[in-house]
Design a protein around this ligand. Structure first.
Ligand code: ATP
Ligand code: LTN
Length: 356
């Protein structure tokens, strides 16, 4: 059966999982989300995911979400969460997410996400959820016994986010691969139990940028939760230049891409290649015989050139929070139009009575 077409059986036989009125074309659909858990996104978020969010607007129907429900799986200060949600939206707009071409919204404003989560939780095995490595890492960091049940079921909420939109592709970094696998399994399980209902999504993970590393510890992923070695888009530029110049490299002097033997230098080369639109091979050639200081200076320059206008655009969006809230409210309305159709069909399939 073609995707997004007639679903046999159930009260709504003959209806379609239609694509909603948001987009005139029948392009493949994309969904992705990002947490408002820091004062700034970092360059790993941008290269691993957000850059693809922007470019996929050319080829896909795109749904992008600031996942504030996910954020509260760990403690959040309410005023700070509200502020960071707006800052997250402002950064997405400033990076090029265009509300005329994408549906940009905040997760908590679309009730379909939590409604679908419950059904999917009832299809998820306890052991299956227990195997999620990100939960194990985050639970270990939160201290014994202090991890919430929400943190445990976090990947099921993520599955609901994606499946509610019948997404075909999900642009994310490598750390989300296991959650995508769970999402696919849940969609297949639902479909085999209740008949074809949910699109099974594909991860969209670009190999070269799937994992950007921490500048001070280049064998671990750059992360919002370890700010020391993270290059933040909204940090004062001078501070970022300093971080780049003191990035950990190695004791030999060769500028060569070799992630296993030279993780620090390889990470700097990856960043410089993307930000200056050059290939790694070109950079290896042009830096042959030069020192790590030259490589770092070049990266500092392109980073500065990238973030300076970006920071201005973010600041401009934040001067008018009411306008920002209006963009997000419009996004939530358009998102709900699509997600509600899926939830109605899912509820019907499961055997819930339709409210009249
Ligand atoms: P946290 O450290 O709190 O888990 P995070 O920095 O991983 O946060 P998220 O909001 O969880 O940020 O991730 C947003 C997107 O950025 C996801 O698609 C994620 O896979 C991607 N991403 C995060 N860190 C990196 C990284 N170091 N390299 C490439 N992609 C990344
Ligand atoms: N779990 C993701 C954020 C996230 C997401 C999603 C990504 C929540 N829902 C749906 C893609 C699709 C993270 O921690 N980076």
């Amino acid at each position: 059966m073609p995707k997004h077409s007639v679903i046999p059986g159930g009260d709504d036989e003959g209806s379609t999982v239609h694509r909603g009125a948001n987009f005139p074309t029948h392009r493949p659909r994309v969904f992705s989300g990002i947490q408002p858990t820091a004062d700034s996104f970092h360059i790993g978020n941008y290269l691993g995911a957000l850059r693809q969010w922007v470019s996929m607007q050319e080829t896909h129907e795109t749904y992008y979400c600031v996942v504030d429900l996910h954020a509260i799986t760990v403690d959040q200060d309410p005023a700070l969460l509200r502020q960071r949600t707006r800052v997250a939206a402002a950064q997405l707009l400033a990076l090029g997410v265009d509300p005329a071409r994408s549906v940009l919204f905040v997760q908590s404003q679309v009730p379909a996400h939590t409604r679908l989560t419950w059904v999917l939780e009832c299809l998820t095995g306890f052991g299956e959820a227990s195997r999620m490595t990100q939960f194990k890492d985050k639970a270990a960091r939160s201290g014994d016994g202090h991890a919430s049940v929400g943190l445990f079921t976090y990947p099921v909420l993520m599955a609901a986010d994606i499946l509610a939109y019948q997404a075909d592709a999900v642009p994310v970094g490598e750390d989300q691969r296991q959650h995508l696998e769970l999402t696919r399994n849940l969609a297949q399980r639902f479909n085999s139990r209740y008949g074809h209902t949910l699109t099974v999504p594909e991860p969209f993970i670009l190999k070269e940028v799937a994992k950007i590393y921490d500048l001070s510890e280049p064998t671990v992923k750059m992360s919002k939760s370890s700010p020391g070695g993270s290059l933040d888009l909204l940090a004062p530029v001078k501070q970022s230049v300093k971080k780049i110049k003191s990035a950990v490299t190695d004791n030999d002097r060769e500028i060569r891409y070799d992630p296993a033997a030279k993780p620090g230098v390889s990470n700097l080369l990856t960043l410089l290649a993307i930000l200056s639109d050059a290939s790694i091979a070109e950079l290896e050639n042009s830096y042959s015989g030069k020192g790590y200081g030259d490589l770092k200076a070049a990266l500092a320059d392109v980073f500065e050139a990238f973030v300076t206008p970006l920071q201005e655009r973010v600041a401009a969006y934040l001067t008018d929070p009411a306008q920002l809230d209006a963009i997000l409210a419009d996004g939530a309305r358009r998102a709900a139009e699509v997600a509600d159709v899926t939830v109605r069909t899912v509820f019907d399939r499961v055997g819930f009575l339709t409210a009249t």
